[in-house]
Design a protein around this ligand. Structure first.
Ligand SMILES: Cc1cc2nc3c(=O)[nH]c(=O)nc-3n(C[C@H](O)[C@H](O)[C@H](O)COP(=O)(O)O)c2cc1C
Length: 199
């Protein structure tokens, strides 16, 4: 099979979806939906010390970015099929322009290490501290962060159950390409903007 040159994009290279959470000035949470996220490794103290970190690219000015800059911390909560309608809504409604965006809320719990809101219904929540912001121009920025704390659904830590069984029980949602959500086992879960209609 020959290959053809296409537009530079990440279709067929799916990305995990996360809900980034932060507390607003009045102490209530804000969540936004993000997929430009991956992992980094650091060892130096100035970069948070030895261990796993993340890089998060946030394009354009938005409430999530305002709050990350103000607080220096945020949570990243893995999106599942159960959370998808809410996640899709958080990705389509701008916090800066919609004061009542958080009218729909998951169950929120304060982080175990950092002062960040985490989502109880999400099976994995990371608590992230920013150690560097890289400006790419035109409001595009990358935040390099250290994972300072992480909570996981308890049954996912049971090593008596094969990893693949625990993995399948998570039901992650991926941003697969062509502005569609797909399940980890390859089912179409709708176009961006569709799942929120069921809220
Ligand atoms: C599937 C999906 C993935 C998204 N991924 C990103 C991302 O990685 N980076 C980004 O800057 N915005 C991303 N967005 C857009 C934000 O979710 C959107 O700007 C939202 O309004 C952010 O919430 P806020 O306005 O409360 O900060 C994504 C939206 C969708 C629907």
């Amino acid at each position: 099979m020959s290959k053809v040159q296409v537009k530079n994009w990440n279709d067929f290279c799916p990305q995990q979806l996360f809900l980034y959470g932060n507390y607003k000035e009045d102490g209530t949470p804000n969540f936004g939906l993000f997929c430009w996220f991956s992992y980094i490794w650091t060892t130096e103290e100035e970069y948070g010390g030895n261990g796993l970190g993340v890089m998060a690219c946030i394009g354009g000015e938005k409430l999530t970015k305002d709050l990350i800059r103000k607080n220096g911390v945020f949570s990243a909560n893995l999106v599942t099929e159960e959370l998808l309608p809410l996640a899709d809504y958080y990705g389509g409604v701008e916090g800066r322009k919609n004061e009542d965006k958080m009218h729909f809320l998951p169950t929120v719990e304060k982080g175990v290490v950092l002062d960040v809101p985490t989502i109880v219904e999400s099976p994995v929540s990371m608590e992230l501290k920013v150690f560097q912001e890289i400006h790419l121009g035109n409001g595009n920025d990358v935040f390099l962060c250290k994972i300072m704390g992480e909570t996981m659904r308890e049954d996912l830590t049971d090593k008596n159950v094969p990893f693949i069984e625990r993995y399948k029980s998570v039901k992650q949602v991926l941003a697969g390409g062509e502005l569609r959500y797909i399940s980890a086992d390859g089912r179409d879960l709708g176009g961006w903007g569709e799942p929120m209609k069921s809220l």
